[in-house]
Design a binder for this molecule. Structure first.
Ligand SMILES: NC(=O)c1ccc[n+]([C@@H]2O[C@H](COP(=O)([O-])OP(=O)(O)OC[C@H]3O[C@@H](n4cnc5c(N)ncnc54)[C@H](O)[C@@H]3O)[C@@H](O)[C@H]2O)c1
Length: 437
């Protein structure tokens, strides 16, 4: 059993701290957001993540998990300090490191015993060296012994607890191999492959992994657009490609493109790092451009069906950037809604978890109580996020509620033949348009 302090209690920090407590470690999660910590003390989750609330409650009750805003309390006797604060994009596309810097300075101020500092935030290559320099500079020669280990996180929102508990691999990077091996012992109970490498390589593995996944999605979206021009069906193309063991089926779903708190900022940050070091990240630029254009494809389909969008009512199903999360950061749904409102449309939407966050971002968005409410008087319906509860709707009821008959299935989840036969004008992403045949 180790004593762990986790700094930053968001999607990554709260899941990391809770899961470490669940496998027997003693964990204190710290955040500078007093409201967030007060809520956690009352058992209220600051984020929606399936299964998280129950496992937080169990570990708090078992006395293995606690929350605080006080660095001296959280670091007292801690063997490990995990940093899991946000690293959003700054104006240049670089990672904004101000939260990491503040967290490191706070650790330095309260360092009164030897500790291993573990960086879980996604940080530019070279950050590990810089963390050590800050602590040395602030504490001088009298500093207590410390080591820095990079431990990038690969969990996905929506399945974060199960991803943390069953990782494909745990990556650890350090100039101090013994420190990385010490961190590896924390994960022993998970019985997953552990890879130990140098600091910079570990930091790079995270960026390269996210950039590759984003590339696969942009690739299949480009193929989808070519399929549309040539009359092929991208769903079948992806199925046929995915059966090739060299390719595999994951991340080959054509749609509205990627969003969320990671891919957009991480691809941008990698391209920025490359450019500032004299490299030419041409593929990464294309991947980002394709993704940007993919949102516009949905708007173009609506314009093709309805003509001018001014004065039209569009219903949008799904607002979060993907299903099973309330996270709306860089959500394709919200980007498209902004374009529709800009074009003069009225937009009404529904999401099982992301309504409050969406309306905070777009006050003009009219919130509905169900998919059927979204359909009311709508000229067109856009499926933006593929929540399970949208997969089997009563389309007769949807049709009766709508003013028009246009459906844009932005995630290709519905049977287009059925909808066509019911009299809808159906558009998918990269699939033949039955209404034109
Ligand atoms: N969200 C994901 O799916 C995911 C997956 C893998 C990696 N990551 C990476 O993990 C990091 C955290 O992401 P997130 O989505 O959990 O962020 P988040 O925005 O959900 O949470 C960050 C938390 O850190 C707190 N914080 C900021 N400064 C602090 C400080 N000085 N001391 C203590 N707390 C502080 C904030 O109040 C906030 O609660 C990022 O670098 C991200 O790229 C995220």
């Amino acid at each position: 059993m180790a004593k762990i302090c986790v700094i930053g209690t968001g999607y990554v920090g709260l899941v990391t701290g809770t899961c470490f407590a669940d496998i027997g470690h003693q964990v204190t999660c710290l955040d500078i957001d007093q409201n967030r910590i007060d809520q956690l003390h009352q058992g209220i989750m600051p984020i929606y993540e399936p299964g998280l609330e129950q496992i937080v409650e169990q570990n708090v009750d078992a006395g293995r998990l606690d929350f605080t805003t006080d660095y001296s309390e959280a670091l007292q006797g801690a063997d490990f300090a995990f940093i899991a604060v946000g690293t959003p994009s700054d104006d240049d596309g670089d990672a904004d490191m101000r939260y990491v810097k503040q967290a490191v300075m706070s650790i330095a101020q309260h360092l009164d015993h030897p500790i291993t500092i573990v960086n879980k935030s996604t940080v530019p290559v070279g950050t590990g060296d810089w963390v050590a320099e800050i602590i040395q500079e602030m504490n001088g020669a009298n500093t207590f012994p410390f080591s820095v280990v990079s431990n990038p996180e690969f969990l996905r929102e929506g399945s974060a607890v199960s991803d943390f508990m069953n990782p494909d691999r745990v990556v650890l990077g350090s100039t101090d191999r013994a420190a990385a091996e010490k961190v590896a012992t924390l994960y022993e109970a998970l019985r997953s492959p552990i890879m130990i490498t140098d600091l910079r390589t570990a930091e790079m593995i995270k960026y390269a992994s996210n950039a590759f996944l984003a590339t696969r999605i942009s690739f299949i979206n480009e193929i989808a657009n070519i399929c549309e021009s040539l009359g092929a069906d991208v769903k079948e193309v992806a199925r046929g490609m995915g059966m090739d063991q060299r390719i595999g089926p994951a991340f080959l779903d054509a749609g509205l493109g990627w969003g969320g708190s990671c891919f957009p900022k991480d691809v941008k940050a990698l391209a920025h790092m490359a450019a500032t070091h004299g490299a030419h990240p041409q593929l990464l630029q294309a991947v980002m451009n394709i993704n940007r254009n993919q949102r516009m494809r949905a708007v173009e389909k609506l314009e093709k069906a309805l003509g001018s969008l001014a004065g039209k009512t569009i219903g949008v199903l799904g607002l979060s950037f993907k299903p099973n999360t309330d996270d709306t950061r860089y959500s394709p749904a919200l980007d498209i809604i902004r374009m529709l409102i800009e074009a003069g449309a009225t937009v009404q939407g529904f999401d099982p978890q992301a309504m409050t966050a969406s309306q905070a971002e777009i006050p003009e968005l009219q919130l509905c109580t169900s998919p059927y409410d979204v359909a009311k008087n709508a000229d067109a319906l856009l499926l933006a996020t593929e929540w399970n509860e949208f997969k089997s709707l009563d389309f007769a009821r949807i049709k009766a509620n709508m003013r028009g008959d246009v459906i844009v299935d932005g995630r290709n989840i519905w049977y287009r033949m059925n909808l066509h036969q019911m009299g809808f004008t159906y558009f998918g992403m990269g699939v033949p348009n039955l209404s034109e045949n």
